[in-house]
Design a binder for this molecule. Sequence first.
Ligand code: NI
Length: 174
Amino acid sequence: MARLTILRYPDPRLHKVARPVGMVDARIRRLIDDMLETMYAADGVGLAATQVDVHERVIVIDTSQQRDQPLVLIDPELVWRSDELVVNEEGCLSVPEIFEKVQRHAAVTVAALDREGQRFERRVEGLTAVCVQHEMDHLQGKVFVEYLSPLKRERIRVKMNKRTREEQQERQQA
Ligand code: NI
């Protein structure tokens, strides 16, 4: 397994639309293993392939306390969305240290392939439902800050660019 580099907003590659996987083979299973390792190492609850610059419809999620219940979604589709909406504070491994309120469906049913290529459906709610919707947005090239006002988004963009520059300078000095 290998730890992958996570793209940081406003990297334009975060806006690419992912293509369907179709056939789950050894390459996809290795991608899943690497994505899980990357997500756990970064203390995240979800990661979309888009964030590691692979533009295929693959998502890994783990919202369990023990961090031992990975949910793998390949070619996910939402087949049901609750009418009830909820507002939660969201963060993203591609937008570190930024947390903003976003409105989502309270519960959804997702249909997807698992790592064996078997189709399954799962109804999720709470944090997992938020996570599924957030990660599925990534596959469409959408980052959660795009739900915010243009002014807020611009502030975040400036902050992220500044931080990336500072980190590059620190690396050069080291
Ligand atoms: Ni994210």
